[in-house]
Design a protein around this ligand. Sequence first.
Ligand code: OOG
Ligand code: MG
Length: 266
Amino acid sequence: MSDAPTLSPEQIEALADRLDGARLNNAATNKITDEHPELTYADAYAIQAALRARALARGEQIVGLKMGLTSLAKMKQMGVDSPICGFLTDVMQADAGSVIDCSDLIHPRIEPELAFVMKDDLRGPGCHVGDVFAATDFVLAALEIIDSRYENFRFDLVSVVADNTSASRYVIGGVPLDPRAVDLRTVGFVLEKNGVVEQLGAGAAILGNPAASVAALANMLARRDEYVPAGSTVLVGAATAAIAVAPGDAVNLRVQHIGSLGVAFG
Ligand code: OOG
Ligand code: MG
């Protein structure tokens, strides 16, 4: 796939309007490649940037970044083959122990992640796990609630990039961990819904090492002259497949060495 833009600025704005409307009205839309089969990554990240500009214009604050599709389990579940990134705003943050209102969402799924909280800027290209360890303040456990704005949660890579990688809500918690204190590759994840174990994982599922996901993020951003700013929360991508949630569900994640956090749906 070529990476040159194919859409005009007017088309990019119109598609961002459509996706933003779908997010604000909780109404799924058809995927962008249905009408624009030639959509490139450059187009898709331009649409994502237009969504970010709209969020900023209505007072949302950018608080972090997310990687997506960094594990084989996720790539298989969604039928795609490479990592992508998106942005996180303050309105996506939900408190551990809170109840998330499903009437604000289309078809939510939840997935187990780690969050790296950065103390220094992290810039690519050439960023590696050592740079990530040096720039990280601490790591927490995280649950990401994804909610594709596309019908039936079906998309291809460029469509999901345009949709800010399905970002919807996230919850962080547990005891802050120094990422150098343990081997993040063997850290275990247990995801339970309504007291039943639904998914099990280990850190190595995430690009071999969750810190490698943060390095990959900095290297991807560098291609667009962007970087991971100090103070950002970075979600590294799910260690397992995502599970569907509905009103009445309670989800709990336990991450070895970090502890547990939960969220419920109403
Ligand atoms: C795309 C977002 C993937 C992850 O952690 O892999 C993602 C999706 O599956 O809808 O956030
Ligand atoms: Mg995710």
